[in-house]
Design a protein around this ligand. Structure first.
Ligand code: ZN
Length: 307
């Protein structure tokens, strides 16, 4: 494949640099020379999601071939980019909090978008609308708007778990993205309301997993819910929030509970057990002393499907 370079349009590179405050998304060191890096290695892919701002030091780690240490994989760079951009967006949000009137209008819009997501059968359209909700959270969010968004997500979680597996999968990942700003305690603090918000997000994932196991039994949707659950468990560990960890375990226990009275979903049961093992490993390597969480994990690991 030819890797001839197609110039990044100036307006696009300006936008990307602006969104990243001209700072490397990996090391976040200010006042360094930065460049725009094509995450997937294809210099012709100028999609905004493929463009990361990196400094020269970090760039040598994403594109270099030296045997010195591990290179950053494209998926990793994508995470750094998104986490940094979201962090900056949330920081700057304070300066452009919408007025009460605009908030009221946005609340109406959020409800409308939720209805549209449920009434369309076009999966691409659903994804786009979900992205609109996410963008309201990212660029305009206030506690009130976030509350409305999470209520919309809760509603979508039940319906998608019951009857729209493709939406369930998408929603499980988007719900985790609502908490992307909790990169680590050094960069972003979590106050009580942040913890409450994260727990509400975990409840959404719990609904998706529970109703999906009870009804549709779609493995992709369950796997997406479990991947999201594991990310929330990571947040719980890095912020030392036992309440979040406890909420995550309810995702597993509630889903496992459905196997007691619903017909078999053996691939789902195996996925749940795998996920429980992963959480046990995460907790063990964190060296946190959470005996209740630990014993809950052990008992979940012993549970077998009832036939
Ligand atoms: Zn850097």
């Amino acid at each position: 494949m030819s890797k001839e370079r197609r110039e990044i349009p100036a307006r696009l590179s300006e936008e990307v640099l602006y969104r990243n405050k001209h700072i490397c998304c990996i090391c976040r060191t200010p006042n360094k020379h930065v460049e725009i890096h094509h995450i997937d290695g294809n210099p012709n892919n100028n999609a905004q999601s493929n463009l990361a701002v990196v400094c020269r030091d970090c760039r040598s780690l994403v594109t270099g071939y030296s045997g010195l240490g591990r290179r950053y994989a494209p998926g990793e760079v994508r995470k750094y980019k998104k986490a940094w951009e979201q962090f900056l967006a949330l920081q700057s949000k304070v300066y452009k909090a919408p007025s009460v009137r605009v908030q009221r209008e946005l609340i109406g819009q959020i409800d409308l978008i939720v209805c549209q997501i449920l009434s369309t059968t076009d999966h691409v359209r659903r994804k786009e609308l979900l992205e609109v909700l996410y963008n309201i959270h990212l660029w305009r969010s206030t506690p009130k708007l976030d509350q409305q968004i999470i209520e919309g997500f809760s509603h979508l979680a039940i319906i998608s778990g019951l009857s729209i597996p493709s939406l369930a999968k998408e929603l499980a990942m988007k719900t985790w993205e609502l908490c992307w700003h909790f990169v680590c305690p050094d960069y972003a603090k979590m106050d009580k309301s942040g913890e409450r918000f994260a727990i509400q997000c975990v409840h959404v994932v719990e609904s998706i997993a529970f109703f999906n196991c009870k009804n549709k039994q779609n493995l992709d949707a369950l796997n997406a819910s479990l991947a999201s659950a594991e990310e929330f468990f990571n947040i719980a560990i890095s912020y030392k929030r036992k309440a979040i960890a406890g909420a995550v375990l309810k995702i597993h226990s509630e889903a496992i509970r459905t196997f007691g009275f619903e017909k078999d979903f053996p691939t789902g049961a195996a996925a749940l057990r795998r996920s429980v093992r992963k959480l046990s490993k995460l907790l063990a390597s964190s060296r946190l002393k959470w005996p209740e969480i630990d014993s809950k994990l052990k008992s979940l690991g012993r549970r077998r499907q009832v036939r």
